[in-house]
Design a protein around this ligand. Sequence first.
Ligand code: SF4
Length: 209
Amino acid sequence: MNYADIKQYDVANGPGVRVSLFVSGCTHHCKECFNPETWDFGYGKPFTEETIKEIIGYLEPSYIKGLTLLGGDPLEHCNQIALLPLVKRVKEVYPEKNLWCYTGYDFEKDVKGYMMKEWEGTRELLSYIDVLVDGEFEIEKKNLKLAFRGSSNQRIILVQESLEKGQLKLWHSAYEKEIMTKEKQYFFINRKIIRRPKEEKTVLVRENI
Ligand code: SF4
């Protein structure tokens, strides 16, 4: 595998300050992809044992919350095989840090549909990944307000919880969680916030505020 870049301090691709690895190679070719040069599997530099050591070193400070894999697509088959030793090492050395991965593949259709069944290493790779942001970038669904994803079709999936429970569990930012909690407790009438009586079970009424 080749890689395009390593960002030592990244705040755009997952929560907190993170190290990000941009791998080379992607077969999705999404319209208006943010990084088309990484489609080429030969782009960038060779990913070696030295690269792994470099990333392990970058992850050391306590303020670094974790590692993000993106690209390119880390879940192209050859990339999965190359990334396995890295994610294994990261979790051994820093079990408290989280691992995010971006892919153009779909979690149910592709990852669970055939990769986990047919590809050697996918199950093990996934066992180290905490969060998977899935789906191709769709320009028609582009939304700059979304946290950590480019288009609204993409989902931020809690991998271990979703696999364990057999149903999709999504990650939400602290801001989204706050909104969701408030929506459960309150509703809005004529721009006024009304606390929902505990016994009320009606659907949320919401007006523009
Ligand atoms: S999956 Fe990501 S890297 Fe690949 S073409 Fe789409 S946006 Fe670009």
